[in-house]
Write a protein that binds this ligand. Structure first.
Ligand code: PGA
Length: 261
């Protein structure tokens, strides 16, 4: 696992957008796995700026969703399909025909989960999966004690995650669905490159458990330790509880530039 400590969220966004741009230059039809939440926004802004300036062409890029609320109509402004359309697809000029996601409105939820795993596999797998992290260490919506081998399935959100997400629902926790479909941890680990971005002091404990704690289902993000190509990008605040922070700074500062992340 590589840990890159950046000065702030904007620098993290730029670093990851550049990794996505390099991937797309190498593989124009790459499948990018994207995440929702506040943290990834600087990545999408930086990538959109690169598209605008002509630094990267995304006309053949494909976008895959990580998780979705169960029961919100697809056109609800806070369904993750709507959020991603607004925050990723439209700014990048990518059409819905190049987008794949699970159906959070399906009557047969389990069938929708299995179907989505198949869609991802048939698409050749995710090339780069961007991840945020919950204050409880979740990735996607794999809450603590999710199986590290889990596939896409329905999960019940913790009270803490519903509190954290109430800000997207007029601050009203009662509007936050209880259930979600999420790519499983086993599904996520199949992506070729995992890039987790964490910013702010509120994520410092979860980041320390992810990077320096044991691999344990109680901290789902610690599963990144099992992946051959995982990059954790953190700002100074999110890195503040890392015991090996100086070592991470040293290794990144001495890394050959051609290696990228
Ligand atoms: P946030 O959410 O980026 O809004 O903090 C992260 C997550 O829950 O994965």
């Amino acid at each position: 696992m590589e840990v890159v400590i950046v000065p702030d969220a904007k620098a993290g966004g730029e670093l990851i957008a550049e990794a996505m741009a390099q991937l797309l230059r190498r593989k124009p039809g790459a499948l990018l796995g994207v995440a929702t939440g506040s943290t990834p926004l600087p990545v999408y802004e930086a990538l959109a700026a690169k598209v605008c300036s002509g630094a990267v062409d995304v006309t053949r890029a494909r976008i895959a969703q990580l998780d979705e609320y169960v029961g919100l109509p697809a056109d609800h402004p806070e369904s993750y399909r709507s959020v991603l359309r607004r925050e990723v697809l439209e700014p990048l000029g990518i059409g819905m025909d190049q987008f794949m996601g699970p159906d959070g409105t399906a009557e047969d939820v389990q069938g929708a989960c299995e179907a989505y795993d198949k869609v991802l596999a048939d698409a050749g797998g995710v090339d780069l999966q961007l991840l945020g992290i919950g204050t409880d260490g979740h990735i996607g919506f794999n809450e603590p004690c999710s199986s590290l081998a889990s596939r896409t399935r329905i999960k019940t959100l913790t009270e803490q995650t519903r509190i954290d997400n109430a800000r997207f629902f007029d601050g009203d926790i009662d509007q936050v669905p209880h259930h979600v479909i999420t790519q499983g941890i086993g599904t996520i680990l199949e992506a070729r490159h995992l890039v987790l971005l964490a910013t702010g002091e509120g994520k410092a404990d979860a980041v320390a458990a992810t990077v320096e704690g044991p691999v344990a289902a109680v901290c789902p993000a610690s599963a990144l330790q099992l992946h051959p190509h995982a990059t954790v990008v953190v700002d100074e605040a999110a890195a503040s509880k890392l015991k090996l922070a100086d070592y991470f700074r040293y290794t990144y500062a001495n890394k050959p530039e051609w290696q990228g992340i």
